[in-house]
Design a protein around this ligand. Structure first.
Ligand code: MG
Length: 405
């Protein structure tokens, strides 16, 4: 029988016994903004992971566009299923390289929670709306979500995640001049766990966007003849399964495409680690990016990505959906800024009264930033949290005379 309270130490001993010397140990963590006592039997990164899964931003990824608006049909990827694909591949890579799997998993689950509705079009629309307020970036919004906007715990605002989780958002944003960067610029590179998620993200979407585009009939197998990576995976599949055809053949090629990239990533990264021989996390942080693909796969991925840009992301049905999404966000933004009383009370409360005081107090953690945000920023945060469907419904409720209120 388990003792009612287990000591934390065996779990940390497990990390010491298993992890590579350059992996992140729980004891290396830069800690939380609001200090908390350690949990009896979960490491700090396990707790991060579970806080993310229980957040409302995580659940809403079910209804958010990856490439296609989430409600188009039930088969293509949404933000959430993309996230789960990234997470499982990232865990495989982390375990193979003896990195901290809990940290990798937590970063992967969190990596897209800052995406607004309607994918990159939604991000572009919000960036335009907020131009004079520093613009909009989904990674910095993700950080704000986990630092402030999630309301789940009485002891602190947000999810109070560890430094390493928060750093991963900011690194991804690559906006060196953002005030949020200040506490993270002391290192040259993020830990390998964050690098793995970053690279796995790209291999996951290159693969599943090709699969979805085929499934939806945006492109045909014939169109892909011009893509070297696809062609080489096709040849491998034909050799392995000479009688396969139709849907079974397509999914076998997609699997080959994924497996090739994952294996190459593990092999190339292992080679670089063997060359440089980092002895600690500090060595990884002082080095250049170490996780990556070999030259062959890099070249073939570039070809595939160019094809996706030209034939899928600019397909007229994708453009029609995203133009519609942009229009919806722009109209909602203008309407709420004009009439803030239409905002739900919780959002209105973040801004209300700001104009009544002479100078709003500065944020104690990020001095230089207003603690009471501008109305436009509050509206932007509200819109960014919406799912595609909620934004569409809200648009109908505000602008259509016969809408169901
Ligand atoms: Mg992603």
């Amino acid at each position: 029988m388990l003792a009612p309270t287990l000591p934390t130490d065996p779990w940390l001993a497990h990390e010491d016994g298993w992890l590579a010397p350059f992996a992140v140990r729980t004891t290396d963590s830069g800690g939380r903004r609001h200090p908390e006592p350690p949990h009896t039997y979960r490491t700090a990164f396990q707790r991060d992971r579970e806080r993310i899964v229980h957040s409302s931003a995580f659940r809403r990824m079910t209804g958010k566009t990856q490439v296609l608006v989430a409600s188009v049909n039930d088969h293509h990827r949404t933000r959430l299923t993309h996230t789960l694909e990234v997470t499982q591949v990232a865990r495989t890579v982390a375990r193979r390289l003896r990195l901290n799997e809990d940290l990798t998993e937590a970063i992967a689950l969190a990596h897209d929670i800052g995406h607004p509705p309607f994918g990159h079009a939604g991000e572009a629309a919000l960036d335009e709306c907020l131009r004079t307020f520093g613009g909009f970036n989904h990674n910095l919004y993700g950080l704000r979500r986990v630092d402030e906007l999630e309301e789940r715990y009485p002891e602190f605002p947000g999810l109070n995640l560890t430094y390493e989780l928060r750093e991963a958002f900011v690194r991804h944003a690559a906006k060196l001049d953002a005030p949020e960067m200040a506490e993270f610029v002391r290192h040259r590179s993020p830990p390998l766990e964050a690098q793995v998620v970053d690279v796995v993200d790209s291999l996951a979407y290159d693969t599943h966007d090709t699969d979805d585009a085929l499934g939806l009939g945006f492109i045909t197998l014939d169109d892909l003849k011009e893509v070297e990576f696809w062609q080489r995976c096709t040849e491998l599949t034909r050799r392995r399964h000479p009688t396969l055809s139709g849907h079974a053949f397509r999914t076998a090629v997609v699997r080959e495409l994924l497996a090739w990239q994952v294996t190459d990533l593990v092999e190339e990264t292992s080679r670089r680690l063997a060359d440089i021989q980092p002895a600690s996390l500090a060595d990884v942080r002082a080095a250049e990016q170490l996780v990556g693909f070999g030259a062959d796969v890099r070249r073939m991925k570039r070809g595939l990505e160019q094809f996706l840009r030209e034939r899928v992301y600019r397909h007229h049905r994708v453009l029609r959906m995203t133009a519609n999404g942009k229009r919806i966000l722009r109209a909602l933004f203008d309407e709420y800024v004009k009439s803030p009383e239409l905002l739900p009370e919780r959002h209105l409360r973040r801004w209300a009264g700001a104009s009544a005081v002479a100078g709003p107090p500065a944020d104690p953690i990020l001095p230089g930033r207003r603690l009471v945000p501008h109305l436009e920023v509050v509206v932007g945060d509200y819109l960014a949290g919406m799912t595609d469907r909620y934004a569409q419904q809200e648009y109908r409720r505000l602008f259509q005379p016969n809408a169901d209120l």
